[in-house]
Write a protein of this length. Structure first.
Length: 94
């Protein structure tokens, strides 16, 4: 599965690790923490979609976290981003 960012949202960095996304059409605002921001930034990269655990391990201190937990966290984040139309599904070829 690959994704793309919903370009209908206005993005504003609040600090180095926090992004605010605003959908003026739906009058909604979303705040992405560092993990969600990282996933949002890389969700359109095929390599991230194939190996999200490796991407997360390179970016965050995850030595004490099992691969399965990271994979579940990434899937939960993607589900939240999809449910709120922050990202959109592109293909199912992965």
């Amino acid at each position: 599965m690959t994704y793309k960012k919903n370009n209908c949202m206005e993005a504003t960095m609040l600090d180095e690790e926090t992004l605010m996304l605003t959908d003026s059409e739906k009058e909604t605002t979303f705040i992405l923490n560092s993990m969600m921001l990282f996933i949002w930034n890389h969700c359109d990269e095929e390599s991230f979609c194939k190996e999200p655990v490796e991407f997360i391990r390179k970016q965050f201190d995850t030595d004490d976290i099992e691969d399965a937990e990271i994979k579940n966290d990434v899937q939960d984040a993607l589900t939240q981003l999809l449910d709120n139309e922050i990202i959109l599904r592109m293909s199912n070829n992965i």
